[in-house]
Write a protein that binds this ligand. Structure first.
Ligand SMILES: Cc1ncc(C[n+]2csc(CCOP(=O)(O)OP(=O)(O)O)c2C)c(N)n1
Ligand code: SF4
Length: 296
């Protein structure tokens, strides 16, 4: 994982498949690409077997475009719909048993630090709500308590999508699903509050219909995890199949849910604010002088 792994071995260029050559020549490796440039470069994730209209796929696509150094990034996933797309991306993907993604990422992140020292190698976990808040809950929480420096992204479609519609801890109370026909009896888990209590340095909730916002959250989360501490993003990524959302209504649903109960919120610890400002030139956390605040 470095720029070298996407370069051609001398003499092999002419024999490589066109897709591969396009990736080397027009991909985002070693360049600064943004979501607003999508369509003008070859993306790391282009083809996938997810359902048509799946919001999770859009979110994963945006997240991968937003990685600050894709050539130095490893994704970690687990059973669930998301891994079907993430595993098609042209960056390394580690897949373990269902729910062990944060344990795997802990070891990977530590090992990469020993092997590569100060050279940043980013580890990003992307897993469903079942994998994160139910089956992997203990490993997720303990990785945060141990202050493991990697990013955890929950692809929250509020259901076990890949296995046909069981309720998860993140399903909202009362929701009726194919395999929860009487309606869920308990509240949606507050993983955002738990992430803060467990010591995450950055926590955000986001929906995929604002690409620039997704990009901003992902970049901050990955950069902060390099040196400050664990970071957590919870993304509403509806399952149009299990919630019977018509494909042309998926983005409208995301907007409605965002306005109603999934508002954008961002928590950045003071240490993380100072780090982003000093190390990466972020201006948004710089205190404005009192006079300037008065004029605004
Ligand atoms: C140890 C183990 N138990 C159960 C399964 C079956 N399984 C595969 S995906 C899945 C549910 C995935 O739900 P979620 O994590 O919410 O992801 P989604 O598919 O909704 O994106 C289950 C139970 C498995 N693969 N491994
Ligand atoms: S089952 Fe749901 S979450 Fe899974 S790919 Fe289809 S729409 Fe997406």
């Amino acid at each position: 994982m470095s720029l070298n792994y996407v370069k051609f071995s001398p003499g092999f260029e002419a024999f490589m498949p066109k897709e591969y050559r396009d990736m080397v020549e027009h991909g985002p490796f070693g360049k600064k690409t943004t979501v607003s440039q999508m369509g003008s470069f070859k993306e790391i994730l282009e083809e996938h077997p997810m359902c048509a209209g799946c919001a999770m796929t859009l979110f994963i696509r945006l997240a991968i475009v937003a990685f600050p150094n894709p050539e130095d990034t490893i994704t970690v996933g687990t059973a669930g719909c998301g891994r079907l797309a993430i595993s098609q991306a042209a960056i390394p993907f580690v897949y373990g048993n269902y729910g062990d993604q944060n344990g795997v990422a802990s070891g990977l992140s530590r090992g990469l630090r020993i092997r590569f020292g100060d050279q940043p190698k980013d580890v990003v976990v992307m897993a469903g709500d079942g994998g994160t808040a139910d089956i992997g809950f203990q490993q997720v929480l303990h990785s945060w308590f141990r202050k493991e420096r990697f990013t955890t992204i929950m692809l929250d479609n509020e259901v076990y999508g890949n296995t046909g519609g069981q309720e998860s801890g993140m399903t909202t109370r009362g929701a009726v699903l194919k395999m929860a026909p009487l309606g869920k009896k308990f509240e949606k888990m507050d993983m955002v509050a738990m992430a803060k209590i467990a010591g995450c340095a950055y926590v955000a909730t986001v929906v995929p219909n604002n690409p620039r916002r997704v990009e901003s959250c992902i970049k901050k989360a990955v950069l902060i995890a390099r040196e400050v501490g664990p970071t957590y993003i919870q993304a509403y990524t509806s399952c149009n199949i299990e919630y019977a959302i018509p494909t042309d209504q998926v983005m409208a649903d995301a907007k409605t849910v965002e306005d109603d109960r999934y508002k954008f919120a961002e928590y950045v610890s003071d240490e993380a604010k100072e780090y982003l400002t000093a190390r990466y030139g972020y201006k948004e956390f710089v205190q404005k002088p009192a006079a300037a605040i008065g004029k605004a």
